[in-house]
Design a protein around this ligand. Structure first.
Ligand SMILES: C[S@@+](CC[C@H](N)C(=O)[O-])C[C@H]1O[C@@H](n2cnc3c(N)ncnc32)[C@H](O)[C@@H]1O
Length: 198
C-alpha cells in the first residue's frame, strides 16, 4: 500500500504499530554523549509517531519539533510527554505550508524514510533539504533490513546504496557506521548515516 493511501490514524487506532517500542531509539542517548548533535541545536523529527524520540531529545537539552500526519499519534505524544522544549505538530511532511519556521540545525530520521513510499523518496529528500539550514545535519538511522518483500510496505526496503543514490546530489556524506545502540529486534538491521546539507 502506498504511503499516500496509508491510513496512519487507523494504524494507531487499531494499535497496529509494531514500530512503536514505547521508548526512544537507544542510539539517541549515545549520540548525544558523542556530541553528534550540536549543543543548543534545533532538531526536527519527521514522522515522530507518539513522540518518544522528540521527548528524549528535548529532555537532553534540544529544542525539538516533531511532525506527524496522524492526529492520534500527535495527541498521544502531547498527552504522554509534557517535556519543556518538545513540540508536536500535526502535518504532512510534503506540505510546504507549515515550513515557514524551517532552518533546523539537525533532522533526526528514524523510521520515517522507510514509511514513505519509494516513489516519494525524492520528495522526502527535498523536504529535509528545505527544513535544514545550509550546513545542517541529517542524522539518519536508516532501516536497511526491513525483511519485507520487495515493493511491499511500509516499511519499504532500502539499502545503504539506495540512500546514497537519493541524497548524494544535495547532501555530503560526513560519516556512516553501525549505530551505537539499537532496539533488540533491530540489531544488525539499521545503518547510521550523517548527511550534511550542501
Ligand atoms: C513507522 S512510523 C515511525 C514513527 C516513529 N518515528 C517511531 O519510530 O516510533 C512512521 C510515522 O510516519 C508518519 N508519517 C507517514 N507519512 C507522513 C507524512 N507524509 N508526513 C508526516 N508524517 C508521516 C506516520 O503517521 C507514522 O507515525
Amino acid at each position: 500500500m502506498a504511503t499516500e493511501e496509508m491510513d496512519w490514524d487507523a494504524r494507531y487506532e487499531q494499535k497496529d504499530t509494531p514500530w512503536d517500542k514505547g521508548a526512544p531509539a537507544p542510539a539517541i542517548a549515545k549520540l548525544v554523549d558523542e556530541a553528534v548533535f550540536p549543543e543548543g541545536g534545533k532538531i526536527f523529527v519527521p514522522g515522530c509517531g507518539t513522540g518518544h524520540d522528540v521527548a528524549e531529545l528535548a529532555a537532553l537539552g534540544y529544542q525539538t519539533l516533531g511532525l506527524d500526519i496522524s492526529q492520534l499519534a500527535i495527541s498521544q505524544a502531547e498527552k504522554r510527554y509534557k517535556v519543556p522544549g518538545a513540540r508536536y505538530v500535526l502535518g504532512d511532511l510534503f506540505d510546504p505550508e507549515w515550513m515557514s519556521e524551517a532552518s533546523f540545525d539537525v533532522v533526526w530520521e528514524h523510521t520515517c524514510y522507510c514509511a514513505i513510499h519509494p516513489s516519494r523518496r525524492r520528495d522526502y529528500v527535498g523536504a529535509v533539504h528545505r527544513l535544514l539550514r545550509p550546513g545542517g545535519l541529517l542524522v539518519g538511522l536508516f532501516f536497511t533490513d526491513t525483511q519485507m518483500p520487495e515493493g511491499e510496505g511500509p516499511p519499504y526496503e532500502t539499502s545503504r546504496d539506495e540512500v546514497v543514490n537519493m541524497f548524494a546530489s544535495s547532501f555530503t556524506l560526513d560519516s556512516e557506521r553501525i549505530p551505537p545502540a539499537c532496539y533488540p529486534n533491530r540489531v544488525g538491521r539499521e545503518w547510521l548515516m550523517m548527511w550534511r546539507r550542501k
